[in-house]
Ligand binder design. Sequence first.
Ligand SMILES: [Zn+2]
Ligand SMILES: [Zn+2]
Length: 244
Amino acid sequence: MKVTVVGFWHAYPEVGEATSGYLLEHNDTKLLLDCGSGVLSCVQQYCDVNDLDGIVLSHYHHDHFADVGPFQYARIINKGMGKNKKEFTIYGHQEDTASFNKLAYKDLVNSYAYEEGKPLEIGPFTFTFKKTHHPVPCYAMKVECEERAIVYTADSSYFEELADFARGSDLVIAECSGYKNDHVGQYGHMNSKDVGKLARVSDVRQMVLSHLPHHGNHAKLKNEVEEEYSGEVTIAKSGLAFIL
Ligand SMILES: [Zn+2]
Ligand SMILES: [Zn+2]
C-alpha cells in the first residue's frame, strides 16, 4: 500500500497547503484518512477526486473534517458532468450524532459508522480503531493490507494503550503538535517527547511526525524524538509518500 501526505498542519493550513489528510492507495482503492481544510484542493495534485472511494474520519474537529462539505459539492458538480465513477462513502464515529448525520449527502455520498473493537474492511484494507485521549471523541486507526500495518494516531495525548495499539506496525503517522517543552498534553495532544516515547515503547519501524505546530523549526522536533527513539523519523511534508 502507499500513503501520501496531503496535509500536515495543526489547526489551520499555511499558504497552498492543508491540515490533516493522508491519501491511502492500493491497486484501485483510494481513500483519504481525514479531510481537514485545504485537503480537497491539495489531494488533486496526487489523484483525480473521481477516483476516490471515500474518507475515513478520526473526529469532527475542523482540521480533520472541514473539507467534507466541499467534497459533497464536488460530487454534485461532477455528477452533473457525468464524471462520478464510484460510490463514495464517508466513515466516521457516531458519538457526535449531529456531525455524523452531516456526512451523507443526497444519493451522492454514503455514511458509515465504525466502532472500536469491530474491524472494518474497505477494499483491500482492514481498519481497526482505538479511542484516543482528546477533548472530543476521536479514534486512532490501524490499516492493515498484505501483512503491512500503518497506524495513524489522529489527535491524542500520550497514553499507554495507544502504544499497545501501535505496537510492531511498519509505519506510524503520529501527531506532534509541540516541541518537548510545550505542554500540549493538557489539550489532548502529544509533544515531541511524547511521540518519542510512543515510538520507543511501541517498537515501530518508522515514525512520521505530522499535525505540526505553526512555530519553531520542525527539524528540532525530529531531533527531540530521536532523543527517545533510535528508529527512522521523518517530518511530514506535502507530497511525501511511503510505499509499504
Ligand atoms: Zn482534534
Ligand atoms: Zn487536529
